[in-house]
Ligand binder design. Structure first.
Ligand code: NAD
Ligand code: UDP
Length: 375
C-alpha cells in the first residue's frame, strides 16, 4: 500500500542556483504526523505482538523483504529504491527532503511495493522491516556545512535511532559511510585499516567526524547488542539525479559546461578524486548488505584517479563546450588526494567497478542536458 505523507515542510533546502546554496536556515526538527503513519503501518498492536504481525501472510504471497531506505529521495537513495523494487522487495522510503527531491522518486509513487514517509531520522521511527539502508545525510560539502549541527545530529542521534530500530526489528543495517573518514589522507591509496587524518575542528568535521562516530556506533551496537551491521565507505559517486545545484564537482562542471559558463576549478586543480558511476556503487552496496560473512568496512569506489583539471577537460570534451577554466580559492581542508584500495571489495564481494568515466560522464551529461532544457 502506498502511504505518501506531506505534512512537514521544515527542512527542504531552498535552491538558488549553482553554488548559491540555501537562503535560510531550516526551522525546527519537528516532524508532524509521520509518527501517525508509523501507527497505521505497524504500531497498532502492543510491542509484544509485533512478531505476530510479521507472520501475517504477505498479500503478494512472495514473502520478499521489507527494506527501509533512509535518504531514499536523494541521489543514491532513489536509485537504491529502484533496484530493490525491481528485484521484488517492499521499500519504505524515509526522507526529510533537505537535499532529496520528490522528482527522484515520483515514478515510484503508486507502486504497491513503495511507501514514502516524510520523516527526519533525528526523531524516533516506528516501522517493521527486515533490512535498513541508512543513507540519510547530506553528502555535498556545501549542503552538509549549511547547518553543521544538524549534520552532526543526523549522523549521531539519527544513527542511534536507526540502530535502535534495527535492534528492535532484528533487522540488518547498512551504514553509508564515506571516504571522508580518511580526511586528508597520508596513506595512498586508502585501505580500510587506515585510521585517517581528520581535522576535528575544521569546516568538514561535522560530516567527517559525524560519519566516524556513526561507524563507531555501528560497531558498538554490533558488539554490545548483537545488531547485524554493515559499513560501506563510499568514494565520490556520480550519475543522473545528482542535484544540479548541490555544489559537487561533477554537477558543477557539467552544468557550467552546458550553460557555457566558466568552469570553476578550486585551487590549482591538482587535487585528485576517483569517480564511481552510481550503478556500480549501488551494486557494491547491495552485495555488502546481502553478504552473510563480512561486516566491513568496505571501500566502494572507482580507483581510476583523476585531477580536477583532468576532470574539467573530460567534461569539456564530452559536452563540446567552449567554457573557459576559472580558478577560485581552494576550500579549507579540501583533501589533496583520494583513491580507494578496493582489494577488500574484490575479495569479499567479488565486486569491482565496470563503468569507465567517459561512459558514466556521457550518461550524466545527457541527464543534465535534458534537465536544463526542461527548466
Ligand atoms: P543526497 O544529499 O542526494 O541524499 C541524502 C538524502 O538524505 C537526501 O534525500 C536528504 O534529504 C536526506 N536526509 C538528510 N538528512 C536527513 C535526515 N536527518 N532525515 C531524513 N532524511 C535526511 O546525497 P547522496 O549522494 O545520495 O548520498 C547518500 C549517502 O551516501 C549519504 O549518507 C552520504 O554521506 C553517502 N555518501 C555519498 C557519496 C557520494 O559521492 N554520492 C560519497 C560518500 C558518502
Ligand atoms: N571542486 C572544484 N570546483 C567545483 C567544485 C568542486 O574544483 O566547482 C573540487 C573540490 O575543491 C574538491 C573536488 O572538486 O577538491 C571534489 O569536490 P566535491 O565537492 O565534489 O567532493 P569532495 O570529494 O570534496 O567531498
Amino acid at each position: 500500500m502506498l502511504v505518501a505523507v506531506s505534512v512537514d515542510s521544515q527542512t527542504t533546502m531552498p535552491r538558488c542556483g549553482a553554488c548559491q546554496m540555501p537562503a535560510n536556515v531550516p526551522a525546527s526538527d519537528g516532524v508532524g504526523s509521520l509518527f501517525q503513519v508509523g501507527v497505521i503501518k505497524s504500531f497498532s498492536t502492543p510491542r509484544g505482538d509485533i512478531a505476530d504481525l510479521k507472520k501475517t501472510p504477505d498479500p503478494w504471497g512472495d514473502n520478499m523483504a521489507t527494506i527501509l531506505v533512509t535518504g531514499g529521495a536523494g541521489f543514491l537513495g532513489s536509485h537504491l529504491c529502484d533496484r530493490l523494487i525491481a528485484r521484488g522487495d517492499d521499500v519504505l522510503c524515509v526522507d526529510n527532503f533537505f537535499t532529496g527531491r520528490k522528482a527522484n522518486i515520483q515514478h515510484l509513487i503508486g507502486n504497491p511495493r513503495f511507501e514514502l514517509f516524510r520523516h527526519d531520522i533525528v526523531h524516533d521511527l516506528f516501522v517493521e522491516c527486515d533490512q535498513i539502508y541508512n543513507l540519510a545525510c547530506p553528502a555535498s560539502p556545501v549542503a552538509y556545512q549549511f547547518n553543521p549541527i544538524k549534520t552532526i545530529k543526523t549522523s549521531t542521534i539519527g544513527m542511534i535511532n536507526m540502530l535502535g530500530l534495527a535492534k528492535r526489528c532484528r533487522a540488518r543495517i547498512l551504514q553509508a559511510s564515506t571516504s571522508e573518514v580518511y580526511g586528508d589522507p597520508e596513506v595512498h591509496p586508502q585501505t580500510e585499516d587506515y585510521w585517517g587524518y581528520v581535522n576535528p575542528l575544521g569546516p568538514r568535521s561535522c560530516y567527517d567526524e559525524g560519519k566516524r562516530i556513526a561507524e563507531s556506533l555501528c560497531m558498538n551496537y554490533h558488539e554490545s547488542n548483537g545488531v547485524e551491521v554493515r559499513i560501506i565507505r563510499i568514494f565520490n559517486t556520480y550519475g543522473p539525479r545528482m542535484d544540479p545545484n548541490d555544489g559537487r564537482v561533477i554537477s558543477n562542471f557539467i552544468c557550467q559546461a552546458l550553460r557555457g559558463e566558466p568552469i570553476t576549478i578550486y585551487g590549482d586543480g591538482q587535487q585528485t578524486r576517483s569517480f564511481c558511476y552510481r550503478d556500480d556503487l549501488i551494486e557494491g552496496m547491495i552485495r555488502l548488505m546481502d553478504n552473510n560473512e563480512h561486516i566491513g568496512p568496505v571501500n566502494i569506489g572507482n580507483p581510476d584517479e583523476k585531477t580536477m583539471l583532468e576532470l574539467a577537460q573530460a567534461v569539456i570534451a564530452e559536452t563540446g563546450s567552449k567554457s573557459e577554466l576559472k580558478f577560485e580559492p581552494l576550500p579549507k581542508d579540501d583533501p589533496k588526494q583520494r583513491c580507494p584500495d578496493i582489494t577488500r571489495a574484490r575479495t569479499w564481494l567479488g565486486w569491482e567497478p565496470r563503468v569507465p568515466l567517459n561512459v558514466g560522464l556521457a550518461k550524466t551529461v545527457e541527464y543534465y542536458r535534458q534537465l536544463l532544457a526542461s527548466s
